[in-house]
Design a protein around this ligand. Structure first.
Ligand SMILES: *Cc1c(COP(=O)(O)O)cnc(C)c1O
Length: 404
C-alpha cells in the first residue's frame, strides 16, 4: 500500500491541473467569455446556396450544420477531452455505456471475434452477450491479469480487445501495454475504459490503446447530475468512430455538455481529495476484523497492484472490500442504516456511496470466489472522521447480524 505522496509517475502526457482549467476554451467556442455559451440548437441557418453546398460537403469541421452534429458548446468539451486524453479527436455520447457500445460498433463487423476483460462493466458485458452476439460477433472473455498470455486467445478473425483497468467492481489492474503489444501484432484494435482513473491518472492512448472511453457521468461531471460519455480516438480509428456516431444519431444536449465542462474545471482538486479520503478509509478498513480483503489499486492486496504502481499516477475514490463472512442478505444490516454512505449506482460525484455487489454472476473466464460479500464504496468529499464513524457503526451491525 501507499501512504506517501500518491503521484509517482506522470503517465499522462504532461496533462495536469492547468490543462483542466484551460482545455477547450478557444475563442471560437467561448467568444471571449470564460465559459462557452450553452447553444441550444436543432436548425442551423445558411445564408446562401453556396454556403449550404460547402457545409454539406464537409459537415464535420467544427462549423454549424445541424444540432445533432454539435455546436461550440459540444466542440469545447470534445476539444477539452482530446487535450486531456491525446489522440485525434473525441466524440460525445448520451451516456458512458453509449460511448462504450459506439466505440465497439465503429470497429467490428459481423463475423469478427472480440476479446473482453472478465472484469468489464456489467452493462458492457450485456451488450457483448446480447447485441454483439446477435450481429454475429463472437465474444471471448479473458482474465484481466492475463497480460501477454492473451496471445493464446487470438483467432484469425480477432478484431478487438476491450479492457477496463482497473475493473470498476473487482479492481484487477490489467497490463495494458502488454495487451496492446499483442493486439498490434495481430492487427487488432484496443479500446480501454478509463473511467476509474480519469485523464489525470492514466493515459490509455499513450500506453498503446486506440480508443479511450469515459463515463463522464462519473468524475468528469462530478456532481451526480448528468449522464454523458466520451470516446477519444487515435488517427487510426477517429474517422470510423465519428462516422459510426453520426450514423447511429448519437447526440447530447448542450446543457449536459456545459455541465460536464463545469465539472472538468475542478476535477484536479476534487480528485486529490477523493484520493486522499479513499486512502484513509481503505487503510482503516484494512485493519478491521470484519474485512477480509481491501480491493484498492494502491494496496498490495489488490490483484495487479504492481501494474498500477508502474503505470498510474495515483488512485481515485472508488474501491471494494470483501467481508470475512456472512452472505449478501446479511449486508442489509450494514447498508440499511448508513447515515452518510447512501446506496445507489454510479459514482464519481461529491458524495459517498455504498453498494453490495456480487461479481459471481458476471464472471466466466475466472470464476469469482470470495469468503464473503463484496461491498463497493465510493469515498466522497465528506469529513473522513464522519465517514469512518458511519462505516464503523455499519460494520458492527453486520458483525452482530452474522454473529461473529
Ligand atoms: C458507469 C460506467 C459506465 C457507463 O456510464 P453511464 O454514463 O452510466 O452509462 C461505463 N464504464 C464504467 C467503468 C462505468 O463505471
Amino acid at each position: 500500500m501507499t501512504d506517501e505522496s500518491p503521484a509517482k509517475n506522470s503517465a499522462t502526457n504532461g496533462v495536469n491541473e492547468t490543462t483542466l482549467v484551460t482545455a477547450g476554451r478557444k475563442k471560437e467556442w467561448t467568444h471571449g467569455i470564460v465559459n462557452p455559451p450553452v447553444y441550444r440548437a436543432s436548425t442551423c441557418l445558411f445564408e446562401t446556396y453556396q454556403e449550404l453546398q460547402v457545409r454539406i460537403a464537409d459537415p464535420t469541421n467544427g462549423k454549424l450544420f445541424y444540432g445533432r452534429k454539435g455546436t461550440p458548446t459540444h466542440w469545447s468539451l470534445s476539444d477539452a477531452v482530446t487535450e486531456l486524453e491525446g489522440g485525434e479527436g473525441t466524440v460525445l455520447y448520451p451516456s458512458g455505456l453509449a460511448a462504450v457500445t459506439g466505440a465497439i460498433l465503429s470497429l467490428v463487423s459481423t463475423g469478427d471475434h472480440v476479446l473482453v476483460s472478465d472484469s468489464a462493466y456489467d452493462p458492457t458485458r450485456a451488450f457483448a452477450n446480447g447485441f454483439l452476439t446477435k450481429m454475429g460477433v463472437h465474444v471471448t472473455y479473458f482474465d484481466p491479469l492475463i497480460g501477454a498470455g492473451i496471445d493464446s486467445l487470438f483467432e484469425d478473425n480477432t478484431k478487438l480487445v476491450l479492457t477496463e483497468t482497473p475493473g470498476s467492481l473487482t479492481f484487477e489492474i490489467s497490463d495494458l501495454p502488454a495487451l496492446c503489444k499483442v493486439a498490434k501484432k495481430h492487427g487488432a484494435y484496443v479500446i480501454a475504459d478509463n473511467t476509474w482513473a480519469t485523464p489525470l491518472l492514466f493515459n490509455p492512448l499513450e500506453h498503446g490503446a486506440d480508443i479511450s472511453v469515459h463515463a463522464a457521468t462519473k468524475y468528469l461531471g462530478g456532481h451526480s447530475d448528468v449522464m454523458l460519455g466520451t470516446a477519444t480516438a487515435n488517427k487510426r480509428t477517429f474517422k470510423k468512430l465519428q462516422r459510426t456516431a453520426f450514423q447511429l444519431g448519437h447526440t447530447v444536449s448542450a446543457d449536459d455538455a456545459s455541465l460536464v465542462l463545469r465539472g472538468l474545471r475542478t476535477l484536479g482538486i476534487r480528485l486529490k481529495q477523493h484520493e486522499e479520503n479513499a486512502l484513509i478509509l481503505a487503510a482503516w478498513l484494512s485493519e478491521r476484523p470484519e474485512v477480509d480483503t481491501v480491493l484498492h489499486p494502491a494496496f498490495e492486496t489488490c490483484p495487479g497492484h504492481e501494474i498500477w504502481e508502474r503505470d498510474f499516477a495515483g488512485s481515485s475514490g472508488l474501491f471494494s472490500i470483501v467481508l470475512k463472512g456472512g452472505d449478501y442478505a446479511d449486508t442489509a444490516a450494514l447498508v440499511d442504516d448508513m447515515k452518510l454512505f447512501k446506496m445507489g449506482f454510479s459514482w464519481g460525484g461529491f458524495e459517498s456511496l455504498i453498494l453490495p455487489s456480487n461479481p459471481a454472476s458476471a464472471r466466466t473466464a475466472v470464476p469469482w470466489q470470495s469468503v464473503g460479500p463484496v461491498i463497493r464504496l465510493h469515498i466522497g468529499l465528506e469529513n473522513t472522521d464522519d465517514l469512518i464513524a458511519d462505516l464503523q457503526a455499519g460494520l458492527e451491525r453486520y458483525s452482530a447480524k452474522i454473529g461473529s
